[in-house]
Design a protein around this ligand. Sequence first.
Ligand code: APR
Ligand code: MG
Length: 277
Amino acid sequence: KSTAPVLILKKAAARKLLPVISEQDHKGSRGRSLILAGSAQFPGAAVLAAKAALRMGSGYVCVAQKNVSISSLENPDFLVADLNKTPWQEIQFNSVLVGPGFGINDFTASVIQQLKQAQVENVVLDADALRVCADEKLFPVPDQWILTPHAAEMGYCLGINSSDVNSDREASIREGHALMGGVVLLKGHRTLIFSGKDVYTNATGNSALAKSGTGDVLAGIITALRAQGLSALKAALLGAYVHGATANLWKAHKKDLISMTASDVIDYLPEVLFRIR
Ligand code: APR
Ligand code: MG
């Protein structure tokens, strides 16, 4: 086991990372997030990530899919684009999320390959994108890409099972980073973050987050922070902090931990951010 100290982001440090508010702000200056997520089978993942990105401050959010599965009319807060008509290269963005519910298929692989080839820096890979990278040997990714595996996804990439990952999470994230590159965020109780230098752990959050869709929300939050100019490491650290803090606030509001949903995480973000700032 490694004996190097594990660092923790505290509230005062989180405050310093929060996107600054100015009277001169306009939607263009708050960053454009492109969400390549969701599919006919999993339409909800994209909606959760997009709504989370908006609540995390992104000025524009666009969900783009190959066969559009969600209604723009029912989701007026963000744009919906059809990748059959508009390839991602024609969409303006400052950061891009690939993965949640997007499908484990050749199309997902080709998008990731194209993003690499085009040397796009601000990329967040989650869920299906991670499995595709493992299957198609697309690792390692560039230093400024962010990878957000849960224990099973990390295990899949490393060729081990999730209980092996969780039996020594620090060793696993170091191994994962050596294989995958980028900034790695290993989700779960005590999320770990590693960019090759120090290992950080996130002290916020609780088991209220053990509900499907909360990972998609985290991916959207981190993508919005990247779009607003935070480095990959800072976006991962602050993203994990505020995501977990919604669950702490849920508990503080005397709500039972079994009841929180992914949409509640999104709904609690504004108060979490207000309290940190
Ligand atoms: N304590 C603290 N945080 C927790 C806990 C806990 N006990 N349980 C879960 N979380 C947090 C994780 O740290 C992470 O941020 O909730 C989030 C869960 O994310 P995922 O595991 O990615 O779950 P999610 O994506 O919402 O699940 C939907 O996506 O990745 C696929 O296979 C996955 O089918 C699943 C689907
Ligand atoms: Mg997930």
